[in-house]
Ligand binder design. Structure first.
Ligand SMILES: Nc1ncnc2c1ncn2[C@@H]1O[C@H](COP(=O)(O)OP(=O)(O)OP(=O)(O)O)[C@@H](O)[C@H]1O
Length: 237
């Protein structure tokens, strides 16, 4: 479903004419199969978000190839990416990115409005999803009138409203307490089971990482394979 081949990324730093390149990703190979949950862990600054931004098309890799859902998306333009994301992936960010002046209902419905779906159909789909995520009774609340856990659910509702086969999540439980975190992780697992959604989640939280069918670690711009990780764990208990 997601194939990354020799992905490298370097950020340019410094003033014009005196720039230097800071390599962050140094040749990442990763395949995420359909219906799989893959969690990516790594220290702060190890390049997790950079990698997720590349998979989500928010950043172009310096080199390497990105194939998603059988399409080579490596050199897609922003418009092509926006189109591709609409059809193939939802993205959940740590800070929810809800629109403050819109209610939970309106935030969730927005992608359907942008798609030009008829009002009755929009209403049916939005209410069904809010119900499924256990937040229907907060439909008329504005983000500032919701708890962190409820805001996170609205964020995920908005990313799921177009039924994407892939969900990318960047530290999705970063601002939740442990009870809300546990509930949110159960929600992700049931979405994976019931809708066969492929999940790629980055985190530095072991509990979040544990829901992965596979957990990979980024270190020094490279991805350690599970075998190398268990070797390391033996060496460094
Ligand atoms: N736009 C940018 N310009 C320059 N350097 C950047 C930029 N974005 C990230 N970096 C650098 O790239 C490295 C990796 O950053 P990234 O955000 O991918 O790490 P991360 O593993 O997600 O960290 P965290 O867990 O703290 O969110 C860091 O050293 C960071 O300073």
């Amino acid at each position: 479903m997601i194939h990354l081949q020799q992905i490298e990324h370097a950020f340019k730093l410094g003033r014009k004419g005196n720039e230097r390149l800071v390599p962050v990703l140094k040749g990442i190979d990763l395949t995420v199969n359909k219906g799989e949950i893959v969690t990516l862990i790594g220290r702060s600054g190890s390049g997790k978000s950079t990698l997720l931004h590349i998979v989500g098309g928010f950043l172009r890799p310096t080199s390497g190839k990105v194939r998603i859902a059988d399409q080579d998306v490596t050199s897609y333009s922003e418009t092509q990416w926006a189109d591709f994301r609409r059809n193939h992936m939802g993205v959940v960010f740590q800070n929810f990115q809800l629109i403050p002046s819109m209610t939970a209902y309106e935030n969730t419905e927005l992608p359907l409005v942008l798609q030009g779906i008829a009002p009755n159909e929009r209403r049916r789909q939005t209410l069904t999803l809010l119900e499924q995520l256990g937040i229907a009774s907060y439909a008329d609340h504005y983000p500032s009138e919701l708890s962190g856990g409820q805001q996170q659910r609205v964020g995920i509702a908005r990313s799921l409203i177009l039924n994407p086969p892939i969900l990318l999540a960047d530290e999705p439980t970063g601002s939740l307490d442990s009870e809300n975190e546990a509930q949110f992780l159960q929600l992700l697992q049931s979405l994976n089971r019931e809708r066969n959604i492929t999940l790629l989640i980055i985190t530095h939280d072991d509990k979040v990482a544990s829901i992965g069918n596979r957990t990979m670690r980024i270190e020094d711009g490279l991805l350690l394979q599970p075998a190398e990780q268990s070797k390391l764990e033996v060496l460094q208990p």
